[in-house]
Design a protein around this ligand. Structure first.
Ligand code: FE2
Length: 263
């Protein structure tokens, strides 16, 4: 038994070392956008087989080796692309206006805001001052505003989908999702606060970028769990009356405006 545990640990360690090796290579090749299609495929393959904990631990160890937040951002981009592809493969065949259809539309709007936030941060890195980055900062503010408004998506789930799943005896997954909502809300608030402190553009980017990456990673994992576990379970268990009840409650709670103004 002891030996088996030892074996499992060795395999885990090996998988993590492979992951770190690939992440080091991505760093060596510049950014994720500059990777060849084969290389990109290899990175995706490894990431798709790694658990979130393993990725987090690998990133932690690489940070100890002097990896900067920009280096990790490249890996984050490949990682997010992977989630998006997985989400696109998993489409539910549901009518417009169905609560699940709306939840999925919300996810797409949140992804867009997270993408635009990271793009604006990336562009402001080359700016010399807060004044010359005013356009980028305004874009960051718009994105964070939408992300805070998108709390409405979580409130809708917490008041309809989660309690209904609990009624059917599914308690643990909604509890975890709820906990993640709370954690992500804290990151959004930290982002809002960091955006308000503008003594220099360098400091602003240093504060905002790790938060934006963390939120994007957390949201990607979170939304994947919802799409792959929670929604299919709900679609299998709930009756048409249940869905009507959920829809009524969602309509009462309202919907956040998912469009981001163009700069
Ligand atoms: Fe959620």
């Amino acid at each position: 038994m002891r030996e088996e545990i030892g074996d499992a640990e060795a395999t885990q360690r090996e998988a993590m070392e492979r992951l770190k090796r690939v992440l080091r290579e991505v760093r060596g090749e510049g950014d994720a956008a500059g990777l060849t299609p084969e290389r990109r495929q290899a990175v995706k393959h490894l990431l798709s087989h790694a658990s979130p904990t393993m990725i987090a631990q690998a990133e932690q160890e690489l940070a100890g080796e002097g990896f900067t937040i920009e280096d990790l951002a490249s890996a984050c981009e490949v990682h997010l692309e992977l989630f998006r592809e997985a989400a696109e493969r998993l489409r539910f065949d549901l009518p417009q206006g169905h609560p699940i259809t709306q939840f999925e539309l919300d996810h797409a709007a949140i992804f867009e805001a997270l993408d635009r936030l990271r793009t604006a941060i990336g562009r402001s890195r080359s700016k010399a001052s807060v004044a010359s980055a005013s356009g980028e900062i305004a874009e960051m503010e718009r994105c964070v505003e939408l992300l805070l408004a998108a709390e409405n998506h979580n409130v809708r789930q917490e008041n309809t989908l989660f309690p209904m799943l609990e009624r059917y005896g599914i308690e643990q997954p909604p509890a975890i999702m709820w906990q993640e909502h709370t954690e992500m809300r804290e990151v959004k608030k930290a982002l809002e606060q960091a955006l308000g402190e503008r003594e220099s553009i360098k400091r602003l980017v240093e504060r905002v970028e790790p938060l934006a990456i963390r939120l994007a990673e957390e949201f990607a994992l979170h939304s994947r769990k919802e799409s792959q576990i929670l929604y299919p379970a709900a679609l299998e268990l709930f009756s048409p009356e249940d869905w009507r009840e959920i829809k009524d409650e969602c309509d009462k709670l309202g919907y956040f405006a998912s469009g981001l103004a163009q700069a």
